[in-house]
Design a protein around this ligand. Structure first.
Ligand SMILES: [Zn+2]
Length: 163
C-alpha cells in the first residue's frame, strides 16, 4: 500500500485536489490511520497559519527595501549598508572595550609599585595613572595601525577590484 505524500496530505487538507485524486485519497484514508493522522496534522498546521496575525512592516523598512531594490537593479549592485553597519558596531564595541581596558589598567596601575616609580616623572604625575595608561594604549594603537595600514590598503584594493 502506497502512503500519501506530504503534498497530497496538504492538498487534501486544503481541499485542493482533482476529482480522481480526491476519490483515491478518500479510499486510502478510510483504510490508513497513519495518513488520516497526517491529514489531521496538516489541517491543524494550516489552521495555525490562518490564525497568525498579519503584521504590516514598519514604514522605514519599506523605504529601505525600496532603496535596496533600486540599488540592486542598477549595475553598481547592492549597497554595502549591512556591512557598513556591522563595521560601525564593531568600531563602537572596540572603542568601549578599549575604554574599559584603559580604566581597568589605570586602576591597576595606580595601586601598583610601578606607578610609585612612574610618579617620579612630572609628566606621568600630571597625566595620572589612567591618563598615562590611555597615552600608552594610544601609542600602541597608533603603531599597530601604522603596521596594519599596508595590509588594509591591499585588502580594500583587492575587494574593490573583485566587485
Ligand atoms: Zn497511508
Amino acid at each position: 500500500m502506497k502512503h500519501l505524500t506530504e503534498e497530497d496530505l496538504i492538498a487534501y487538507a486544503c481541499g485542493d485536489m482533482s476529482r480522481e485524486g480526491l476519490d483515491a485519497t478518500k479510499a486510502h484514508l478510510d483504510t490508513c490511520s497513519l495518513c488520516a493522522d497526517g491529514v489531521i496534522e496538516a489541517r491543524s498546521i494550516l489552521e495555525g497559519m490562518e490564525r497568525l496575525p498579519i503584521v504590516p512592516p514598519p514604514a522605514f523598512a519599506w523605504s529601505r527595501l525600496q532603496a535596496r531594490v533600486q540599488a540592486t537593479s542598477q549595475p553598481g549592485g547592492a549597497p554595502d549598508e549591512p556591512r557598513w553597519l556591522a563595521l560601525a558596531l564593531a568600531h563602537v564595541g572596540a572603542v568601549l572595550a578599549a575604554a574599559t581596558l584603559i580604566v581597568a589598567s589605570g586602576a591597576w596601575l595606580s595601586s601598583s609599585e610601578l606607578w610609585a616609580a612612574l610618579a617620579q616623572i612630572p609628566a606621568a604625575r600630571a597625566l595620572g595613572p589612567t591618563g598615562a595608561t590611555a597615552l600608552c594604549f594610544f601609542g600602541i594603537g597608533t603603531l599597530a595601525s601604522l603596521a596594519l595600514t599596508p595590509a588594509l590598503w591591499w585588502e580594500s584594493r583587492s575587494t574593490s577590484r573583485g566587485r
